[in-house]
Design a protein around this ligand. Structure first.
Ligand SMILES: O=C(O)C(=O)C[C@]1(C(=O)O)C=C[C@@H](O)C=C1
Length: 305
C-alpha cells in the first residue's frame, strides 16, 4: 500500500485534506511540513499533503520554501477546505477568564486575532507547530487553550470552549498532494499550473514574465515572492495560473519563462479543487496554436505564403 505523509499530528486540517485526497493510501503524520516533504524525498512516503495557501493569511511559507529547494516535487492534486476553528481547553478550566495562554499554528492564530482580542483579551498567544500540536500542548498542561480544527476534539480529550470561530467567514485553505516528478494528471479544462521562477535582478524582469502569461490570455491565480536567500533584495517568484502544461498556450508560456529566467522549477499541473473552468482568451485555444503552427510549417516548406 502506498503512503501519504501529512502535516500532523492527528487532527490537523491537513489530515482532513489528506483524507479527502487519499484513495487507498495509508496516511502517516509528520511533525512539520519540512518533515512531510523530506519523507517523500527519502522514499519513506510516496506523496505528501501540505497546506499551501489560506484565503485570509496568504501563502504557507514553509511549504513554498520546502518546494523551492531539494529534490523537485510536483503537485498532482489539491484540496480546498473551509476553515473555522474550535477552541479547546484543559478540562479543569471552566471560565474563559482562567485562560492565560492560547496556542496554535501562527496561520491559525492570525485567522482568529480579532476573536481572541474580543473574547480572551488577557490571554497570551503561543506559536505551536500545528493546530493539533497545540491541542497536544494543552493536553500536557503546557498551555491553557488551543485554536484547533474542529476534528481535533475527536482525538484529544479536551473541553470545547467554542466552535465555529473565525474572523472572516468563508475562509478557506488550499492543500497540495506532492510527489516526485512522474506522469502528469490528465488536463480537465479546470486545472492549475504552478512554477517557481528565478529572474535576473534587473528592471522589468518580473513584468516580462507576467507579460508572457498575459499575451497568451493565461489567468494568474497566485503570485508570491520569497527571498532567494542569496543577495539581499533578490527574490524568486511562485506563479500559479489557470490551465494545464499539456495545453498549448500553457506549454508555450512555460517555455517562454524557461527561456527568460535564470531557473524555472515546474511545480505541477493538476485539477483545481473548486472546478472553476480555465479562461481561454480569443485565439488562445489549442486549435488556434495548432492551426498557426501548421501554417508556419507550410510556409517553411514553401507550400503556401
Ligand atoms: O495546523 C493545521 O491544522 C494545519 O493543517 C496548518 C494550517 C495552515 O498552515 O494554514 C492549515 C489550515 C489552517 O489555515 C490553519 C493551519
Amino acid at each position: 500500500m502506498s503512503t501519504i505523509a501529512y502535516f500532523g499530528p492527528r487532527g490537523t486540517f491537513t489530515e482532513q485534506a489528506a483524507r479527502s485526497l487519499a484513495t487507498d493510501q495509508e496516511l502517516v503524520p509528520a511533525d512539520t511540513i519540512a518533515a512531510a516533504l523530506a519523507a517523500v524525498r527519502a522514499g519513506t512516503a510516496d506523496a505528501a499533503c501540505v497546506p499551501v495557501e489560506n484565503s485570509v493569511e496568504g501563502p504557507v511559507n514553509a511549504t513554498l520554501d520546502g518546494l523551492a529547494t531539494g529534490m523537485p516535487l510536483v503537485a498532482v492534486a489539491e484540496a480546498l477546505l473551509p476553515v473555522h476553528f474550535s477552541i479547546l481547553t484543559r478540562p479543569d478550566i471552566t471560565e474563559p477568564a482562567e485562560i492565560r495562554t492560547v496556542a496554535s499554528h501562527p496561520h491559525a492564530l492570525a485567522q482568529v486575532r480579532q476573536w481572541l482580542a474580543d473574547t480572551l483579551p488577557d490571554a497570551q498567544t503561543v506559536a505551536a507547530a500545528s493546530t493539533a500540536a497545540a491541542a497536544v500542548a494543552v493536553q500536557r498542561g503546557e498551555c491553557d487553550a488551543a485554536v484547533t480544527a474542529p476534528v481535533a476534539a475527536e482525538h484529544y480529550p479536551l473541553r470545547i470552549l467554542a466552535t465555529g470561530v473565525a474572523d472572516v467567514l468563508d475562509a478557506r485553505t488550499r492543500f497540495l498532494l506532492v510527489r516526485p516528478p512522474g506522469p502528469l494528471p490528465e488536463p480537465t479544462g479546470a486545472d492549475r499550473t504552478s512554477v517557481l521562477a528565478s529572474t535576473a535582478n534587473r528592471p522589468g524582469a518580473l513584468a516580462e514574465l507576467l507579460t508572457e502569461l498575459a499575451f497568451r490570455g493565461i489567468n494568474l491565480t497566485r503570485l508570491d515572492a520569497r527571498p532567494a536567500r542569496g543577495n539581499f533584495g533578490e527574490y524568486r517568484f511562485f506563479l500559479d495560473f489557470e490551465g494545464h502544461l499539456a495545453e498549448q498556450r500553457v506549454g508555450d508560456a512555460v517555455a517562454a519563462l524557461y527561456r527568460r529566467c535564470s531557473s524555472v522549477r515546474f511545480l505541477g499541473s493538476h485539477p483545481r479543487a473548486d472546478r472553476v473552468a480555465d479562461t481561454i482568451a480569443p485565439a488562445a485555444a489549442n486549435d488556434d496554436y495548432s492551426n498557426a503552427a501548421a501554417w508556419v510549417a507550410a510556409v517553411q516548406a514553401g507550400e503556401t505564403a
